[in-house]
Design a protein around this ligand. Structure first.
Ligand code: PLP
Length: 364
């Protein structure tokens, strides 16, 4: 049986009638923008994350830009970001007038560390974007101990638990989420959110998402038209109560891979200390990653190298990357490969993927 890289349908199937009813209800009420569904989702998502506030926005990229601006980032400021991440993490910084400064990551967790951030700190550093990459957890407290505020990019980490049960979203000064259809918590289109305990920051984010206006009469800032819409919020509200069970399914999927012996063939991702990642992508390392990427599809196994060209080597980022050397990022870019992961990845599927990896590598 083929095993797809993603399975976004099996876990949703039992919710289909509830989602259809929620959509029908929004259509019947004819409130589509900043109405009761968004307000209710913001309250429920803030409670889930353990923060005072959640602010719904149009997507995870806008969430980053708006959160950075609400943290005071502007022209002349530097923001430290990883290069081994989705492009949007860095793209959000020039959009504020600030400048991305790229730092390296840890080979085993794929996340930035206090050491890699310290190497990129300057007197102009205004903030750090800590990406909880692939669902793993970046060490937010250790980075904040350097004396610089952290914005968590938790786009891939909904459902992850940190030390003491704290969740991404509540670990830094603020956090951003994406509800793009392939993410751990996903809408039927684009969506995003900012979470924070900081009342003033939340207020500024709400102002910026509505054209820089607090009262819809006076426009204090050049802002954005960036809202989570009512249909998407209604769809997310049906799914949120399932998120922890889905995250448990992703953790079980990782255990199935380990039990199947995948770690004897390729390097498995390491969970950060005391964290329980809701693996968004299950990313392994191999010197033979390209052979695997070429060979696995013939066995019916989905796989993908997401970040072969890291962000600091992307054409648009070259003006910000002069002289930047990130050896671990380059090694990960060259050797990483995502294997199938979902809330319902079974032991049989993990064994099948592992057997295909073994076959492609010619190991018995
Ligand atoms: C998906 C993602 C984003 C962007 O989210 P969109 O909703 O697609 O704008 C940002 N950062 C990371 C790490 C992501 O995975």
């Amino acid at each position: 049986m083929p095993v797809a890289l993603f399975d976004t349908t099996t876990a949703l199937a039992p919710l289909r009638a509830q989602i259809d009813a929620a959509i029908a209800d929004v259509v019947a009420q004819r409130r589509f923008i900043l109405g009761p569904q968004v307000a209710a989702f913001e309250e429920e998502f803030a409670r889930y994350c353990g923060t005072r506030h959640a602010v719904g926005v149009a997507n995870g990229t806008d969430a980053l830009t708006i959160a950075l601006r609400a943290m005071g980032v502007g022209p002349g400021d530097e923001v430290i970001v990883p290069s081994f991440t989705f492009y949007a993490t860095a793209e959000a910084v020039p959009a504020t007038g600030g400048r991305p400064v790229f730092c390296d990551v840890d080979l085993d967790t794929h996340c930035i560390t206090a050491d890699t951030v310290a190497a990129a700190l300057t007197p102009a550093t205004k903030a750090v974007v800590a990406v909880h990459l692939f669902g793993n957890l970046a060490p937010v407290a250790e980075i904040e101990a350097l004396g610089v505020p952290v914005l968590e990019d938790a786009a891939q980490a909904a459902g992850t638990r940190g030390p003491g049960g704290d969740r991404p979203g509540a670990l830094g000064r603020a956090a951003t989420f994406s509800f793009f259809p392939s993410k751990n918590l996903a809408c039927f289109g684009d969506g995003g959110a900012i979470t924070t305990d900081d009342d003033a920051l939340a207020d500024d984010a709400r102002m910026l998402r509505f054209h820089g206006s607090r009262d819809k009469v006076t426009y204090e800032h050049v802002g954005y038209n960036s809202r989570l819409d009512e249909l998407q919020a209604a769809i997310l509200r049906v799914q949120l109560p399932q998120l922890d069970a889905w995250a448990d399914g992703r953790r079980a999927g990782a255990r199935h891979y380990a039990d199947a012996g995948l770690g004897e063939l390729v390097a498995l991702p390491a969970a950060s200390p005391r964290s329980e990642p809701a693996w968004h992508l299950y990313v392994v390392r191999s010197e033979r990653a390209e052979e695997l990427a070429a060979g696995l599809p013939a066995h019916g196994i989905g796989c993908k190298a997401y970040y072969r060209t890291p962000v600091h080597r992307q054409p648009a980022m070259l003006p910000f990357a002069a002289g930047v050397e990130l050896p671990v990022t380059d090694e990960l870019a060259r050797t990483h490969l995502a294997l199938p992961m979902s809330p319902v990845l079974s032991a049989e599927q993990a064994a099948e993927v592992t057997a295909a990896v073994r076959a492609v590598l010619g190991r018995s």
